[in-house]
Design a protein around this ligand. Structure first.
Ligand code: UDX
Length: 446
């Protein structure tokens, strides 16, 4: 089928590449010339495991094109996916400017009947507006059908999720068009759930809000565990073994970040408020998450009251492992708080340094070497559970740091392992470990 993709951000790029892999002819449109040129040369502007080989393969097979010219993409297209961003506005509502602009351009370029499939996360009722807008502005009696087809791609495993997701949601009021979209996905054998358009739009927000709720819930339980000397990891296994609860998204830590959960939870809270239903539970989820991100510096100050002039290592900048995305990453808040305390920050990340440099500049030191980050440091804060960090031997903290204090915001190390070393170790929802005076003296002798 001839398919166009409006917007080559994360979702658009992964969708375009994967649909090309299924044998379709895909033309992706984006306004950013540099991005389009880079993609046409077979290179990806984002880090996503497995993406670049599929990108180059499908470009060379002649199935995948990138252009800044909407006419090339939309003229004669049978299906157009809208995958532009819907960032949060100041008040938390979704900014639909890019969606509106894409709909305008589509209306001016279509030359035949077309199915418009929205993957961008949009407030309930938006797809109906998109249809009205396109029908009003199109240049001919072409039949347009608008379908809500939300994405559930996790960064870092987006290619896997495209081919092995749990479900495909097709929200439509046109059975024929929804059958066409179902056929498009048929080769990947993922269960399809057909709904009305508004329910499909709600499914996306409700899914992300529910997952965020699980995270804030376990973080609340973790805070209580700390006060009562229980261990959140054992608690999470115990509750997650109940199939009704499930063991996913029960990892306690310094909160969720990324391009979706923070934005979508705020947008859903606004959406609820707009229909006079204050979403009290979701408000609490958001508040708990904001609090979690401030835990590392708060806990550090309980141990080292003044961080001024002290070297502090921040291990991990990405909002989660497997991505160079730092949007809403807890590390942003941690670094800003450390700078307010006048600490001397050295930040480690295996791949997210350049994205962080664009966001926070070069006011502190970056390194992709954990040892260099820890050298002579008085405090290490673990912000991302990268494999490189999880595998990094604990004894090296005591060898390289001036005075080893670790705040592990992602519970990367087992408590049994931690107890073997003369380090002051504080994590989330687990008992802290403090070296005994004998251990400290022995380490000074080494
Ligand atoms: C999410 C959704 O999972 C995906 O379906 C949606 O379409 C886009 O948003 P993503 O943002 O890539 O995907 O990351 P995800 O793996 O869901 O993690 C989000 C955040 O939650 C990360 O910061 C992660 O560290 C945190 N998290 C996750 C926890 O703190 N604890 C957990 O148990 C799980």
């Amino acid at each position: 089928m001839r398919i166009a993709i409006a917007g080559v951000g994360y979702v658009g790029l992964v969708t375009g590449v994967c649909l090309a892999e299924l044998g379709h002819e895909i033309t992706c449109v984006d306004l950013q010339k540099d991005r389009v040129n880079l993609l046409n040369s077979g290179r990806s502007p984002i880090y996503e495991p497995g993406l670049e080989p599929l990108l180059t393969k499908n470009i060379s097979c002649g199935r995948l094109f990138f252009t800044t010219n909407p006419e090339k993409a939309y003229k004669h297209a049978e299906i157009i996916f809208i995958t532009v961003g819907t960032p949060a506005k100041e008040d938390g509502t979704a900014d639909l400017d890019q969606v509106t602009a894409a709909a305008d351009t589509i209306a001016s370029q279509i030359t035949n009947d077309v199915i418009i499939c929205t993957k961008s996360t949009v407030p309930v009722g938006t797809n109906e507006k998109i249809k009205q807008m396109i029908d009003k502005e199109k240049n001919g009696p072409f039949k347009t059908t608008v379908i809500s087809n939300p994405e559930f791609l996790r960064e870092g495993s987006a290619i896997f999720d495209f081919f092995h997701g749990d479900r495909i949601i097709i929200g439509s009021d046109n059975p024929e068009a929804s059958a066409t979209i179902e056929k498009l996905y048929a080769p990947i054998h993922i269960p399809v759930i057909k709904t009305d358009i508004r329910s499909a739009e709600m499914i996306k927000y409700a899914s992300n809000a529910f997952l965020a709720t699980k995270i804030s819930f376990i973080n609340e339980i973790a805070a209580i565990c700390e006060k009562l000397d229980a261990n959140i990891e054992e608690v999470a296994i115990g509750i997650g073994s109940d199939k009704r609860i499930g063991n996913h998204f029960l990892r306690a830590g310094i909160g969720y970040g990324g391009s979706c959960f923070p934005k979508d939870t705020k947008a859903l809270a606004q959406l609820a408020g707009n229909v006079q239903h204050p979403f009290e539970l979701l408000d609490a989820v958001i508040n708990v998450n904001n609090r979690q991100q401030s835990i590392p510096v708060k806990k550090a100050k309980e141990i080292i009251p003044s961080l001024a002039g002290k070297k502090v290592s921040v291990l991990g900048l990405a909002f989660k492992p497997g991505t160079d995305d730092i949007r809403e990453s807890p590390s942003l808040k941690i670094i800003k708080e450390l700078q307010q305390e006048k600490a001397i920050v050295t930040a480690y990340d295996p791949i997210a340094i350049s994205t962080m440099q664009k966001e926070l500049g070069n006011h502190f030191t970056y390194t992709n070497d954990i040892l260099e980050a820890l050298w002579d440091s008085e405090l290490a804060i673990i912000a991302t559970d990268w494999e490189q960090i999880k595998k990094f031997p604990l004894y090296l903290y005591s060898e390289y740091m001036k005075n080893p204090v670790i705040i592990d915001g992602r519970n990367c190390y087992s408590m049994d392992e931690v107890k073997k070393y003369p380090i002051h170790y504080v994590s989330i929802g687990r008992p802290s470990h403090m070296p005994t005076i004998v251990e400290v003296n022995q380490s000074l002798l080494l």
